[in-house]
Design a binder for this molecule. Structure first.
Ligand SMILES: Nc1ncnc2c1ncn2[C@@H]1O[C@H](COP(=O)(O)OP(=O)(O)OP(=O)(O)O)[C@@H](O)[C@H]1O
Length: 224
């Protein structure tokens, strides 16, 4: 069994405004090719957990492994490199650069990684555009496309460096049911055709029911 992500006994405290123990002994494992959702009431700690699992937040107790490598304790530069290479993110709001074209937005994380030439990156970006059926908007400015298209561009951008895991914080939270379904189908395809692992926070039970496993949280703990 190949693990893409493993969290052991994660505890997290917010120190302000008052000391608050937000995550209690969270342990979980995500296998290669597994599509997992996280559900739970507002405020139970889902986003806080996802920030830790995606290495954006390093102020926690416990251990985090990505692709069997211990990432807890690495410095910010090492973590930035690891994120860029191994983790794709999709958020509820797309965070595209509105003055840049769709193609430029998708190419950006690969340029940051600095391994491939511009030509190679553009070639990869066009493949992602084709995969997500948005090739026709490649040259449009990100500010001029629809909400559903923006989210597909955000997914293409998250995939440009071929990460081992795609994480999402309510990536369909802002979309109508047609576009949500579209994104769900893209995620399923990524799993089935590319063996991608996905970890998605959602409030949508219909979405969660389509995933391999639901992690249910309550008051900072995993209850099932
Ligand atoms: N920076 C912070 N400082 C102090 N408390 C925080 C901070 N960020 C979040 N919290 C608190 O931690 C708890 C968990 O927040 P979190 O955003 O992880 O919940 P969530 O389950 O993702 O909620 P939602 O579904 O509404 O997004 C909440 O009670 C929140 O108010």
């Amino acid at each position: 069994m190949e693990l893409v992500l493993e969290a052991n006994n994660i505890d997290k405290y917010f120190k302000k405004p008052v000391l608050f123990h937000v995550l209690h002994h969270i342990s979980l494992q995500i296998k290669k090719g597994e599509f997992v959702s996280i559900m739970g009431k507002s405020g139970c700690g889902k986003s806080t957990l996802l920030y830790i699992l995606s290495t954006l937040d390093t102020a926690y107790e416990g251990k985090l492994f990505i692709n069997n490598e211990l990432v807890t304790g690495k410095n910010q530069q090492e973590l930035a490199h690891l994120r860029n290479e191994s983790i794709g993110f999709v958020f509820q709001f797309h965070y595209l650069l509105s003055e840049f074209s769709v193609l430029e937005n998708i190419m950006l994380p690969a340029k940051k990684l600095g391994i491939k030439t511009s030509e190679e990156i553009e070639h990869d970006a066009i493949l992602k555009l084709k995969m997500l059926n948005i090739e026709h908007i490649a040259q449009k400015r990100a500010s001029r496309i629809s909400g559903g298209e923006k989210q597909r561009v955000a997914i293409a951008r998250a995939l440009i460096n071929n990460p081992s895991i795609l994480m999402g914080d309510e990536p369909t939270g802002n979309l109508d049911s047609y576009n949500s379904n579209n994104i769900l189908n893209i995620f399923k395809e990524l799993k089935e055709e590319r063996g991608m692992s996905l970890l998605i926070v959602t409030h949508d039970i219909d979405f969660a029911n389509e995933t391999d496993r639901i992690i249910e949280m309550e008051d900072g703990t995993i209850i099932s």
